[in-house]
Design a protein around this ligand. Structure first.
Ligand code: NAI
Ligand code: MG
Length: 490
């Protein structure tokens, strides 16, 4: 592993400062923080540590760009062209960005190339196409009046993103914001600031006017909270933990900002005995272990019908045994490290708890190697609904397999959670599949597939998994205000 990690393919670190009003600047305090390679635990770079003063400068720049800058006067179609230009520049740097994402986040480079980058490009291009198609209605109302609506940008938006899909989360947030004509202050996750800063550089190169996109790296309770509380910010879009969202909701109450949240889950993935079992096993495996288990949608409660339970568990155990863990920059690596020590510790705590609560650990459960935050793919069978590993979001490579008898019993159990982000259903019976899809309280239901995302398909959570939707036409709602204009026709 050591030799692979030292391979000279690692990308150059070019941007480490705050990006405010088109300028690369140190933090007002002069402070920096370290971003670490999770595969080696070595420091990659010192990054400007933004705080309230930097957020304030960034909001001022974003406000100026929104109200007076060229962006505010630009034709919508030209905004779309700039977004296409940015997408083309990202595509030109595809390999470098994938390597940088893999370095800062620890994800296998083949995942960055197969998923993160293509999905981010699709998202930006999808919304680039929307820039000149966001329009209102004419509405017949009583009297001799003409009524129409306008959809106007909501204003300056604060965007706070997590570390699990840094480039993709930036694209999900920038796409609808730019298409609608908003301006942006983004705070990337403290674990993974590098690709977001690189994207800001590409946005500048694409000709997106100064102040339209600002990036302030820093920590959540300082820079993040300052963004949420700032009176000059009209909306916060947040992806991360539900507990953080609860703090943000409180902090935003003073200014009554618009809020959209994309939070976690404990998603049920349900395999019936009449399914294509090999496909179900592959889907269940991918649905949990993809991205080291660090997915909001992870199918972390795998419910398997009694008759095929042992067979399915065996198939997944075999896949775990053969999984290639190691250097994320190696193109054959399937699983990299967890993001940091805190996540590593949290996951190991649940591995302990699962064993203490009586689940049967069939694979994994240990650290892999002696440096980096690697955890072996871990599989628990014999899990029941009351165990902590069946209730809490673990956000790591730990799969809990539960047993069920019939379709009626499974609906209740699947919905027995405070979350409602996603669900999977594996069966050859289409009526059963659609019936279950209608009964499960979740924002996305996958039938005979899992983790299928598309820029055009709205995404978000029921219950404590979120508020609002991202992606698709729906994703524009939270970035626009509806204005009603009524004209007397005399
Ligand atoms: P987090 O929710 O604390 O962090 C996400 C983002 O929010 C980061 O940019 C962070 O700096 C920022 N943040 C933190 N506190 C803030 C505050 N008071 N005000 C404004 N912004 C704030 O998540 P964290 O601590 O990285 O991970 C904890 C757990 O959250 C994970 O174990 C996982 O269960 C869940 N999570 C869910 C994600 C998802 O995609 N839904 C992504 C990341 C974490
Ligand atoms: Mg946190």
């Amino acid at each position: 592993m050591a030799t692979m990690l030292e391979a000279p393919t690692l990308p150059k670190i070019r941007q480490t400062q705050c990006f405010i009003g088109g300028n690369w600047v140190p933090s007002a305090s002069g402070k920096t923080f370290q971003t670490v390679n999770p595969a080696t635990e070595e420091v990659i770079a010192d990054v400007a540590e933004g705080d309230a003063a930097d957020i304030d400068r960034a909001v001022t720049a974003a406000r100026e760009a929104f109200e007076n800058g060229p962006w505010s006067k630009m034709d919508a179609r030209d905004r779309g062209r700039l977004m296409h230009k940015l997408s083309d520049l990202i595509e030109e740097d595809f390999h470098e960005l994938a390597a940088l994402e893999s370095l800062d986040n620890g994800k296998p480079i083949r995942d960055a190339k197969a998923a993160d980058l293509p999905l981010a490009l699709d998202c930006l291009r999808y919304y680039a196409g929307y820039a000149d198609k966001i329009h209102g209605q004419t509405i017949p109302i009583r009297g001799n009046n003409f009524c129409y609506t306008r959809r106007e940008p909501v204003g300056v938006v604060g965007q706070i993103i997590p570390w699990n899909f840094p480039i993709l989360m930036a694209a999900w947030k920038w796409g609808p914001a730019l298409a609608s004509g908003c301006t942006i202050v983004m705070k990337p996750a403290e674990q993974t600031p590098l690709t977001c800063l690189r994207l800001a550089r590409l946005a500048q190169k694409a000709g997106i006017p100064d102040g339209v996109i600002n990036v302030v790296p820093g920590y959540g309770p300082t820079a993040g909270a300052a963004l949420v509380k700032h009176p000059g910010v009209d909306k916060i879009a947040f992806t991360g933990e539900h507990r953080t969202a609860q703090i943000i909701m409180k902090d935003a109450s003073q200014t009554l900002k618009r809020l959209t949240f994309e939070l976690g889950g404990k998603s049920p993935n349900i395999v019936f005995a009449d399914s294509d079992l090999d496909a179900a096993a592959a889907g269940a495996h991918f649905g949990l272990y993809f991205n080291q288990g660090q997915c909001c949608t992870a199918g972390s409660r795998l419910f398997v019908e009694d008759k095929v339970y042992d067979k399915l568990v065996d198939k997944i155990a075999a896949m775990n045994t053969n999984r290639k863990i190691g250097d994320p920059q190696d193109p054959t690596t399937e699983q990299g490290p967890q993001i940091d020590q805190a996540q590593f510790d949290k996951i190991m705590h649940y591995v302990d708890l699962g064993q203490k609560e009586g689940a049967k650990m069939l694979t994994g459960g240990k650290r892999h190697g002696d440096r980096g935050f690697f955890i072996e793919p871990t599989l628990f069978a014999g899990v029941n609904d009351e165990m902590s590993i069946a209730k809490d979001e673990i956000f790591g490579p730990v799969l809990s397999v539960l047993r069920f008898k019939d379709a009626d019993d499974i609906i209740k159990r699947a919905n027995n959670t405070c979350f409602g982000l996603a669900a999977g259903i594996w069966t050859r019976d289409i009526s059963k599949a659609h019936y279950l899809a209608s009964k499960i309280r979740a924002g996305t239901v996958w039938i005979n597939c899992y983790e299928v995302f598309d820029a055009a398909a709205p995404f978000g959570g029921f219950k404590m998994s979120g508020i609002g939707r991202e992606l698709g036409e729906k994703g524009l709602d939270a970035y626009t205000e509806n204005k009603t204009v009524i004209v007397s026709l005399g």
